[in-house]
Design a protein around this ligand. Structure first.
Ligand SMILES: Nc1nc2c(c(=O)[nH]1)N[C@H]1C(S)=C(S)[C@@H](COP(=O)(O)OP(=O)(O)OC[C@H]3O[C@@H](n4cnc5c(=O)[nH]c(N)nc54)[C@H](O)[C@@H]3O)O[C@H]1N2
Ligand SMILES: Nc1nc2c(c(=O)[nH]1)N[C@H]1C(S)=C(S)[C@@H](COP(=O)(O)OP(=O)(O)OC[C@H]3O[C@@H](n4cnc5c(=O)[nH]c(N)nc54)[C@H](O)[C@@H]3O)O[C@H]1N2
Ligand code: SF4
Ligand SMILES: [Mo]
Length: 851
């Protein structure tokens, strides 16, 4: 017990989570002890108010219990068809975030012009008026010199109101340089699904009907994109299905599942090819979906190629090409030494998966996709669903119904000549160079290259950025090669950070602005999917804000717009005043507070407006009904809706991807080069036809094996709300819910065989060094990783953020180390994705004296 709360005390605050975690191991059982705990009833004095959680990318509808103006409890919103009233542990941590005494309590201004981790920014409080005056002055300076494009806007997480701020403000002002965090997240996944099944998005899963899962580096009880749904279903999943987890480390799901395949990081491609090989040679593919040899005789024999003319394909494209280019010799015996998984286990998993088909899911995650050679691994793992015909099928990976949404009112009438000239300047992130095809939703040169922005700033290319506003992100902490961001921001002439806590990124700011907490203090809405339902959930101010904070996307933007108007540029304010009338009363907004509410109503209007007819889901009686229920649910996604036309280039499910081929050929031709030359430039090994089919490529690593003998692998925490919970005591106290981790600590998990070799014991301080940098953490002997591969959770190592996240806040001493200070910046270049997985970094480990 630390900080006045016992493990059980925390757990009692997580009643709705209880059933979800009932199956977890000994350290988690405490959660389950509260299954019978009664929920507070409204008549006891408080009220349940609907809102939404953005603690991960599931964006669950929740309800918040408010008593005497204080948030005391959260639970899943029972109106949700996606989470069915269940949530995970993380929204409870949000309560501690809300009441965190280290939160930023008002706007601050830097007094020390020198910037750097070792500099004291000398922040002093200022008023909102003074802060927005300084911001508007700087913006007007750039308008006067015709350099509006030298203003850059960055964001991490956001709500459906994002465009009101993130798009409208810079584009009416004169800059197209608004960049989101998407490619440091999971974009390579979308590429893998896009070029095979024509769906450029994350998949939804029909878990209740699945009988076999292959989880590729995903730990869906603890992370990924539908944790509430999966946690709630996991008991049935283990009863009704075989769960095979391919992950270098023993994850929560691996510990609870049926098979653990501790793959050598980055070598999944060999495993996926071998599984596909077994399914073909044993005649286990789905004949209805894929087709068959015209005479019914299986000619997929190990080692021999097949005449394409003999196979009549049905709903797929290029099975025989895939076999001839890649699969024909990829036996489990071939794969075993490459991926570290015994051939026998590969046969067993391949057979089990195919026997359960089509109620079988091969679940691809950032673990396989967010790697330097991740595009083909994402394709290979996803293509297994095509092979067994489970795609969009009962128990397979599925798409999601679209949710009707309000549109951002047209900004064009508000753009003047300066703005129009500004938005024509080239993007600052340099997308579309030969080495960055930057593919988004199948379109070339359309994707942000988030993590390259630091390099562009450092090089001053393609021009010098003079001013940045950045909200709800912390890239000095969350981007690989983090040191590059420190260097870049130290040089930036004017930087504004909008944040909840003074984060690492805030330390480089000229002005820091305090935001409202997304779940408890502001209006907004979020749209997502789980359990075959899409939904939009509402965020609303459930309590009065404690501090002098404002809502980033609407109230702060309004203040800036007012100041710009005072200084002779009224266009942004005019736009807000004229285009964001209350859709119920037609009243024009008079303040940022009005804009907040009206924008939320506008963006969700098709869902609650009784006059709107294209609903495809819940019937809501009006805005008040929406506020009360907190969620609009779509109807259930139908099966096999795209089987007649997947939306790929051929309309078929593409094993041989004409879609990808078209993209690569077009990009290469634009530079007068061949696809082979392009592959080389993008760090891929494929030459010839291999570039268009899922195939094995050797893991890409940085650091020479002789100097850096270990492969570094990382994962996220069950308690991390992305990078945002380390300053809560419950996070620290319960850190051991992450297998192998320790409370209040940050450990490098090393196989006991390696510990022995290194003369290192659990608890020793060790320096972990890669080509990128060094961190010092504690060693932990752990059998959940293979010898040669060391594992560390992401989430600790903050040197700012607050007194709990750090070991010594004043001295900026982190608790443990940030993985991004040892993982070098690199990319899956087709999708511009930043690569954190696949064992990119090799490291060396040295025992050091405890500081
Ligand atoms: N090594 C490693 N790096 C990773 C990851 C990993 O698994 N490993 N995960 C990656 C992924 S998938 C993602 S999506 C990114 C996320 O990276 P970012 O987009 O940088 O998001 P966070 O790290 O969550 O930081 C959000 C910041 O916003 C501020 N903030 C917190 N709450 C609020 C709020 O309610 N409103 C506002 N306005 N601001 C708030 C705080 O400063 C907080 O630090 O990180 C990526 N980086
Ligand atoms: N608890 C929690 N859940 C979250 C979030 C959070 O912050 N906390 N964030 C949300 C966000 S923003 C995102 S983008 C998603 C990310 O979705 P996740 O599926 O959670 O993705 P990651 O955590 O990046 O990686 C998943 C796994 O890949 C494994 N791995 C690493 N290298 C390899 C490899 O070479 N091969 C294989 N097979 N596996 C490998 C890691 O051990 C880890 O278990 O999660 C969301 N869910
Ligand atoms: S699964 Fe994610 S969005 Fe849902 S309650 Fe947990 S942290 Fe929040
Ligand atoms: Mo993410």
């Amino acid at each position: 017990m630390k900080n006045g709360i016992t493990r059980r005390g925390f757990v009692q605050a997580t009643a709705a989570t209880a059933a979800a975690t009932a199956l977890a191991g000994p350290t988690l059982r405490a959660f389950a002890e509260t299954t019978t705990k009664e929920e507070p009833k409204a008549e006891e004095g408080g009220t349940w108010v609907s809102s939404a959680c953005q603690g991960c990318t599931s964006w669950c509808a929740v309800q918040v219990y408010v008593e005497d103006g204080r948030v005391v409890k959260v639970k899943g919103n029972p109106n949700s068809k996606a989470n069915r009233g269940f949530i995970c542990p993380r929204p409870h941590l949000a309560i501690q975030q809300l009441y965190d005494p280290d939160r930023l309590k008002g706007p601050m201004k830097r007094t020390n012009p020198k910037k750097g981790r070792d500099e004291d920014p000398g922040f002093v409080p200022i008023s909102w008026d003074e802060a927005t005056e300084a911001i508007a002055d700087k913006l007007m300076e750039l308008r006067a010199t015709g350099e509006t494009h030298k203003f850059m806007f960055l964001k991490g997480r956001s709500t459906n109101n994002s465009d009101v701020f993130f798009k409208a403000l810079p584009q009416i002002y004169g800059s197209r340089n608004c960049f989101a965090h998407s490619t440091i997240c999971a974009e390579a996944e979308k590429l893998g699904a896009g070029v095979t099944e024509g769906y450029w998005d994350y998949r939804d899963y029909d878990v209740a009907n699945t009988r076999y899962f292959i989880m590729w580096g995903t730990d869906p009880i603890a992370s990924n994109r539908q944790i509430a749904n999966i946690s709630n279903h996991f008991g049935d999943m283990t009863d009704n299905a075989t769960v095979a987890v391919v992950d270098p480390r023993l994850s929560v799901t691996a510990a609870k599942g049926d098979e653990w395949l501790p793959v050598i990081p980055g070598q999944d491609g060999a495993l996926a090819s071998a599984i596909a090989h077994v399914i073909l040679v044993e005649g286990r593919w789905n004949k209805d979906f894929v087709g068959d040899f015209s005479d019914g005789e299986n000619r997929f024999v190990a080692g021999s190629k097949v005449d394409e003319g003999l196979f009549a394909e049905n709903r797929t494209n290029g099975l025989v090409k895939w076999w001839n280019v890649e699969l024909f010799d990829k036996t489990p015996e071939w794969a075993e030494p490459l991926c570290g998984i015994p051939a026998e286990q590969i046969y067993r998993v391949a057979r089990g998966f195919a026997s359960a088909a089509p109620n079988a899911t091969s679940w691809m995650s950032p673990g396989v996709a967010m790697q330097v050679r991740g595009a083909y691994m994402a394709m290979a793992t996803n293509a297994l669903n095509g092979l067994v015909g489970s795609v969009e099928n009962v128990g397979g990976p599925n798409r999601a119904p679209s949710v009707p949404a309000g549109k951002l009112p047209d900004i064009r009438p508000y753009q003047d000549e300066i703005a129009l000239a500004g938005v024509k300047q080239p993007y600052f992130d340099q997308r579309g160079t030969f080495d960055f095809p930057a593919v988004a939703k199948g379109k070339l040169h359309d994707q942000v290259i988030t993590n390259r922005i630091a390099d562009c700033l450092n090089e001053g290319e393609p021009y010098d950025i003079k001013m940045v506003i950045s909200y709800w992100n912390n890239w000095v902490y969350s981007c690989t090669g983090a040191q590059r961001w420190e260097e870049a921001l130290a040089k930036l002439p004017f930087f504004v950070h909008i944040t909840l806590n003074p984060a690492e990124m805030s330390q480089f700011a000229d002005i820091v602005l305090p935001a409202r907490h997304q779940m408890f203090e502001r209006w907004g809405s979020v749209t997502n999917k789980q359990d075959l339902h899409s939904y939009t959930a509402l965020e609303q101010p459930v309590v009065e804000p404690l501090w002098d904070t404002l809502t980033d996307e609407t109230e702060i933007s309004w203040l800036i717009a007012e100041k710009l108007a005072d200084k002779g540029f009224p266009n942004v304010l005019d736009y807000y005043r004229e285009c964001f009338h209350d859709p119920e009363t037609d009243a024009a907004p008079q303040s940022g507070k009005d804009l907040s509410l009206f924008a939320t109503k506008i963006m969700t209007k098709p869902l609650w407006d009784p006059a709107s007819d294209k609903k495809g889901g819940d019937e809501l009686a009006g805005w008040d009904d929406f506020v009360e229920k907190g969620i609009w649910n779509s109807k259930k996604q139908g099966y096999r809706e795209h089987w007649d036309d997947f939306g790929t280039k051929t309309g078929k499910y593409e094993f041989y991807s004409e879609t990808l081929k078209g993209i690569l050929e077009e990009h290469a031709a634009g530079f007068g080069k061949t696809v082979d030359e392009l592959m080389k430039e993008l760090n891929y090994q494929a030459r010839g036809e291999a570039a268009f089919v899922p195939h094995y490529e050797e893991a890409y690593r940085e650091g020479d094996e002789s100097e850096y003998p270990f492969v570094f692998s990382e994962h996220r925490s069950r308690l991390n709300r992305e990078g945002r919970t380390a300053n809560t005591s419950w996070y620290q106290e319960f850190k051991d819910v992450d297998p192998g981790d320790e409370p209040w600590d940050d450990v490098l998990k090393i196989n006991p065989v390696d510990c022995e070799k290194l003369g290192i014991e659990t608890g020793d301080a060790v320096r972990v060094t890669s080509v990128q940098g060094s961190i010092v953490v504690h060693a932990k002997a752990w059998e959940g990783t293979r010898p040669g591969v060391v594992v560390k959770c992401y989430g600790q190592g903050h040197w700012a953020y607050g007194k709990i996240a750090t070991k010594d806040y004043a001295a900026k001493v982190p608790r443990g180390g940030n993985n991004n200070e040892i993982i070098p910046s690199n990319f899956e270049r087709i999708s511009s994705s930043t690569t954190r997985h696949g064992g990119l970094a090799r490291v060396k480990i040295e025992k050091v004296e405890e500081a």
